[in-house]
Every structure is written in structure tokens, then in C-alpha cells.
Write a protein of this length. Structure first.
Length: 318
């Protein structure tokens, strides 16, 4: 596998996840109706209000203050109206790296402060840079074709599996997530955060917000896993193409790999890997003691700041 090929993969799969054979959502078991949280944007994918989630102290996250989503490059006037009127948006945090942002810049909303914090780990960013240099651009419109190309490749699957552990252990990523949390605490109005698809890097941001607010692990995992519902149609479309390709290969006598494993790879890359997410939560506990200690010592978000965050964003109304 050449550095250029690996770079093309990293550049396109900047929100990669590991192979997962159990990505179905458990949202029906959540203590809140998850459909109430879905924001029906016209041009923004994977949008949801963090409101309604119940914390361990019995309080719940207030609606209309915290939003996670995919990028805002195709936000419509109607979407902007929702963000300005319903959320009184003042702050957007963008976890993409510079070339991603340049390829699909966010729509600028008057009165909103934009902060770019590239939380992609250095190793992945370096590989992505190789891919950009080889092609001169990032064109995520070819994402499906690239996934089809790499679906059977064990090295690509292994690289994807390394993403979540790298995010939580990379010092620069930790620093940026800490800066993000302080930004959420200081925000004067509504806050929105995103990466490219709003699922992996933005998903970890949501996990850290929820952890600081006092959420249980179950609530954190269920929110992360909801991105699988947002991208279910895309997953099925690519999986169908992959099955057709496998049937053709079988007819030609050229099948060389496990079709089920390839489909599982597609599912995890377009959606999220709950399995890898939970394994990385375990890694945080093993390496840093607990999520609470990680928040304080690695992200630099103190217990006092966490209490302030709870007072700002939690309500006694369920």
C-alpha cells in the first residue's frame, strides 16, 4: 500500500470509524423520545438538539441551546432562520482541518463566531495531506466510490479502527476539545458544533459535553449511535452496490474476500462504529482512570467548570 493510496483514503475518510457488525441503534430504549431531538434542516445533515437527555442527577439538557450536525456548507435560508430564531445561535465550532473547510466552507451567518479546531489526529492529518497533494483537492463526492474500492482491504480497515483511540490520546486533539468545552461554557447564545458528516469528531465533542453535564455512559453511547439512523439510507444504497459487485465477482470466479466483512466496513464508515466507540471509552478508563479524570486532566476542563456548565445548560424540567 503506497503512501499516496493511504493518503487518498485518509483524505476522503476523514470521519472514519472501525469495522462494526452491530451498528443498530438502541434509541427506542432511551429515556427521551429521540425523534423530538431531530432537527429537520433542508441542507444540513445529521442535525439534532442535545435537549431532553436526562442526566444522572435527574436534570435534563435544555432544548434550544446545543446543536450537533454535519457541516453548514449547504445551509439554506430556512436552516439559517431555524438557527437564528429557535437557537439564537452565536457560536459555531468546526472540527474539520483546513483543506476540508476550504473544500466546503460553512455558510456564514451574521452575528455568529466561527472557531476551527482540527481534532483529526496528527497521523491521520499527515496521511490526508499526502492524499491531497496527490490529487490536488479533497472531493468527498467520490466517497462512495473510494469506499467500494477499499471495502475488502484489511489495511484500510485497520487504519479506520485506529481513529477513535487516536482522537482521545492525541495531545493536540485533547487541547482542542478542552478549548471547545470552554467555548461552550462561555457562549452567550446557542452553540452548534460539527465536523464533515457530524458523526465521529463531532460525536466525540458531544460525548465530552454530555460527560461534563453528568450523563451516564448509556446516554452518551446512545446519542453517539444515533448517527447510524441519519445515514441509514446511504449505508443501504452502498451495501446493495457491494452485494451486486460480489455477485458479479462470484459469477466471474474472481471473489477474493469476505463480502459480509466488506459490507460491515461500509456500514461503519458511512455511519459510526458503536463497538469501537465503546472500546475507546474503555480505553479512557484504563489509561486515564475515568472519564471524569480524563475531562479534568487531559482536556483541562475543571470540576468547577463542569458544575458551571451544568448550571448553564441543565433544567429540572424533564
Amino acid at each position: 500500500m503506497t503512501n499516496i493510496t493511504l493518503g487518498r483514503f485518509a483524505a476522503a475518510i476523514i470521519c472514519a470509524a472501525s469495522v462494526c457488525t452491530a451498528c443498530a441503534s438502541d434509541s427506542e430504549d432511551s429515556p427521551v423520545n429521540q425523534q423530538e431531538r431531530v432537527i429537520k434542516f433542508e441542507g444540513i445533515e445529521n442535525g439534532r438538539d442535545m435537549g431532553g437527555l436526562v442526566m444522572q442527577d435527574g436534570r435534563s439538557v435544555s432544548f434550544g441551546k446545543l446543536v450537533r450536525s454535519a457541516n453548514l456548507s449547504e445551509a439554506t435560508d430556512a436552516d439559517v432562520a431555524i438557527l437564528k430564531n429557535r437557537y439564537q445561535l452565536t457560536d459555531v465550532f468546526d472540527f474539520r482541518f483546513e483543506a476540508e473547510e476550504a473544500a466546503a466552507p460553512d455558510r456564514i451567518i451574521e452575528g455568529v463566531t466561527y472557531t476551527q479546531l482540527s481534532t483529526l489526529p496528527a497521523s491521520f492529518l499527515a496521511a490526508a495531506g499526502t492524499g491531497i497533494a496527490s490529487s490536488g483537492k479533497i472531493d468527498t463526492r467520490d466517497l462512495g466510490a473510494l469506499l467500494m474500492q477499499f471495502a475488502f482491504n484489511p489495511q484500510m480497515q485497520a487504519m479506520a479502527k485506529q481513529l477513535y483511540p487516536a482522537i482521545v490520546t492525541e495531545p493536540q486533539s485533547q487541547s482542542y476539545y478542552g478549548e471547545f468545552l470552554r467555548g461552550v461554557l462561555k457562549a452567550k447564545g446557542g452553540v452548534l458544533w460539527h465536523c464533515s458528516q457530524g458523526k465521529d469528531r463531532a460525536g466525540w465533542a458531544a460525548a465530552f459535553v454530555l460527560a461534563a453535564l453528568g450523563a451516564s455512559r448509556e446516554v452518551i453511547v446512545q446519542d453517539f449511535d444515533l448517527s447510524n439512523e441519519s445515514y441509514a439510507a446511504k449505508v443501504e444504497a452502498l451495501s446493495s452496490q457491494l452485494r451486486d459487485k460480489a455477485k458479479q465477482q462470484s459469477a466471474d470466479g474472481t471473489t477474493t474476500a469476505d463480502t459480509n466483512a466488506a459490507i460491515a466496513f461500509i456500514k461503519a464508515m458511512i455511519g459510526v462504529s458503536r463497538e469501537n466507540f465503546e472500546a475507546t471509552l474503555d480505553l479512557i478508563d484504563q489509561k486515564y482512570g475515568s472519564m471524569s479524570q480524563y475531562m479534568e486532566n487531559q482536556l483541562g476542563f475543571s470540576k468547577e467548570e463542569q458544575l458551571q456548565l451544568r448550571n448553564k445548560y441543565l433544567t429540572n424540567t424533564k
